[in-house]
Design a protein around this ligand. Structure first.
Ligand code: ADP
Ligand code: ASP
Ligand code: MG
Length: 419
């Protein structure tokens, strides 16, 4: 679901290509942009062909979302994407200007100019194809290609975006399409940690992590890499690293399973703030109701994550609680209202001050033991659990957002991950 269905891979064997991606804080203002221009110059001087992918300046995408929200609750999806894509347009052009000042040959590229072709799922489009001809010609002319991250173009010739954090996916997709030697993700931390180092000061920096472990952490909310970018890197064997834009440190390499002899049981703890909880009460207890509810949400590509259904006391009605991305809440509420008459439930409520905390690890052999530690730790800290979900590789709980930092710190410690 998250991966490219097809990338046109050109034979670039005689070019050593590197992809460098700079996130929002790395391009936060003009001095910062000038600073990364110097870093890019160093790569060019090493004799590499350089493709740079940039995010919008930090905070800009949120501001653009606010502008759209103040205009309409239900904007046309493609216009929403058109507004959001402008953040990356500004930074790619500014960076090209900064590089030109350093006497480097360069030009900026918007998604449609390359083109990066996506499907028509606006707001969370999937890349279908990257045409390599234009950028290859540019690289052959020794230009630094500065690509606006996060965006593409649909078959309807409209601008699309790849979901929050999507510039990571642009970078990895470009690295795959151009068979790049490496794809370096420059950000505001010096690598991948056992949990978010901004919240848990005792988080441990990892020198290496497998694609699988990184995918789990990212899928559960560790936003240091967009989950789709990790899935793509794994599929195409992209040589991926996470590094600091601000300090010259070694970073974290994402590697193949089997190369990590010291793989530990728990990869880390992830949190996701972008959750909304919906409870539908008094759903008639008969076959087909869940299919009706979740089918109607699927029509709008709304991913339902955690689900619990209470057992009906009188065999007549049940309550169904589930979580969805907060960004889909308005559409979900509108959809559920529409089917209320058909299903005949009593009412529904929604809540956004919830956070999902997940303990993840593909080597989690003793899941019940892990669940026991998790629940005991939360209980000891008086933290109430709203919803639980488990899989072979993770245990997730939904809790009130008031307690998520406490939960992360105490779980990090309880699982023996503290430095
Ligand atoms: P960028 O703007 O560079 O894309 P992001 O804000 O998207 O940066 O991602 C970097 C942030 O990810 C860090 O500042 C950190 O707070 C957060 N983060 C969450 N989980 C982790 C983790 N396990 N390791 C490192 N950083 C993490
Ligand atoms: N600017 C987009 C966002 O804030 C994409 C990105 O930064 O990766 O989500
Ligand atoms: Mg990011």
């Amino acid at each position: 679901m998250y991966v490219l269905s097809y990338i046109y891979i050109k034979d670039n064997r005689n070019l050593k290509i590197v992809v460098l991606k700079f996130g929002g804080t790395s391009v936060a203002d003009v001095p910062q942009i000038k600073k990364i221009a110097l870093k890019i110059k160093e790569e060019v001087e090493l004799g590499n062909k350089v493709i740079v992918v940039v995010s919008a300046m930090s905070g800009v995408t949120n501001n653009l979302i606010d502008l759209v929200k103040h205009t309409s609750d239900f904007p046309p999806y493609s216009e929403y994407d058109n507004v959001l894509s402008t953040g990356e347009q500004v930074t790619s052009a500014l960076l090209a200007i900064a590089l030109e000042r350093l006497n480097l040959r360069t030009r900026s590229w918007l998604g449609w100019q390359i083109p990066i072709v996506t499907d028509n799922t606006y707001g969370k489009s999937v890349i279908e194809k990257i045409e390599t001809d234009n950028i290859s010609t540019s690289l052959e002319h020794n230009e630094v290609a500065v690509v606006s991250g996060f965006q593409g173009v649909s078959s309807e010739n409209k601008i699309t975006t790849l979901g929050r954090g999507g510039s990571d996916t642009t970078a990895v997709a470009m690295a795959a399409a151009f068979s790049a030697d490496r794809c370096d993700i420059y950000t505001d931390v010096d690598g991948v940690y056992t949990t978010d180092p901004r919240i848990v000061k005792r988080a441990k920096k990892l020198d290496i992590i497998t694609y699988e472990e990184m995918l789990e952490l990212a899928s559960q909310g560790a936003k240091v890499l967009q989950a789709r970018s990790v899935a793509l890197a794994m599929k195409y064997g992209v040589n991926l690293r996470v590094l600091s834009s601000f300090e010259n440190l070694p970073g974290t390499s994402i590697i193949k399973e089997g190369n990590n002899m010291e793989k530990s049981e728990i990869s880390g703890i992830a949190h996701s703030l972008n959750e909304a909880k919906i409870t539908i009460s008094g759903v008639p207890d008969k076959p087909g109701q869940a299919a009706e509810i979740f089918g109607s949400l699927a029509q709008f590509s709304i991913n339902v994550d955690m689900i619990v259904q209470s057992s009906s006391i009188n065999q007549k009605a049940t309550d169904i609680t589930f979580t969805i991305p907060e960004t889909d809440l308005l559409t979900a509420e509108k959809t559920i209202k529409k089917i209320q008459k058909k299903i005949g439930f009593n009412k529904f409520t929604s809540e956004t001050n919830v956070v999902k905390i997940s303990v993840v690890g593909s080597a989690m052999r003793n899941q019940s033991g892990m669940a026991n530690i998790m629940f005991k730790t939360l209980a000891k800290n008086q933290i109430n659990i709203h919803v639980i979900s488990t899989s072979e590789i993770k245990i997730s709980v939904l809790i009130s957002s008031d307690y998520y930092e406490l939960a992360m710190r105490s779980l990090h410690s309880a699982f023996g991950l503290d430095i």
